[in-house]
Write a new protein. Sequence first.
Length: 367
Amino acid sequence: MVNSILQLVENFILAIGRWVLNIVAVLIIVVGVFGTIYLGFVYLTASPDSIDRPEIETSFEEPERNPVEAADRKRRISEGKESFDSKMQDAFTQIDLTSGNARNRDREIRSNYAELIRKPENKDDLGKLSELAAFRDNSISDNCDEKSRQIDAIIIGVDDDLISIAQIHNVTREEISIGHASVLRKSVRLPKSCTVLSNNVAAISKILRETYPADWGLGGTKTKEKISEQVARDARELEQYTDEEFANAAMEKLVNYVESLRDYYVPVTRQLDDRNELTNETVKIIGDDITVSYNGYLDSVYKQWKDYLVSIKTASDKSQERLAWATALLTGSGIYWAVALSILILLAFFAMERHQRYLKLLEDKEK
């Protein structure tokens, strides 16, 4: 019984072994034949003699315009550029004058404010100082808006001139000038107080100026005029630390947040002023409290972004762990099947050796 089972196993293993050997032999022959053919092809095509001689082009492609029309168009483009350059020079002059007027007006506003706060009837009245600071900031903002609109009108006028010049000379505007608007904007030299990153920054700065009492700002006393610079700096740092989409969303929500601060703190300041309790001490308390609330919002935004990055890192770490586990499993399975194949091969050899001995035994018995 046992011998019969062993015989069946040996016959099965021998059959499998023969199939495996046949398949391996066929693969070796196929790979050898096609590999030899491929190597021969590479050898033959690697020779410079195998490169085809160039074919001579005999077809003539007609140009879009004949030489006379092309020369005439080139002349018209040159004349158009010359006319447009004259318009650009006029625009540069107008922008330079407008920028200079903006800077002069900015200095005038600040000089007037400095004179007013030094007057005896104003310098000790915190309520009056707060009104003067608000008037100064609004005047600066109006100056910036007015001059910015004038500069935008100048640039729009140049665009209109470009269209007219292109139509007069019967050419496209792109053939005369590209990117002139950005060149003009780079020549603008408005005061620093006019430099903001976005409408959100301008809105936040305006609301904070209305919210802070007296001449207080984000940096403490006598810093209200620097609120725009600080908010712009905070917006830039936020965008650098996070990304543009998240920073823009945070600044949009900050507009609503500072509006809530204004709705709360402005009535408090007015009540103190009506009761003659708006002193340096109360102004400092309110100013510090507003700054703490503003900074608290930014801290919460940074914390949300940090938590977001941590969650991404955690998910990435878990993914790496699962990938490592899967890789180890695949490696282990490969080793397992390699060992199993080795065992099967050994069994096949042993079975073949046993079968040979069995055949030899039968021959001996026949003899």
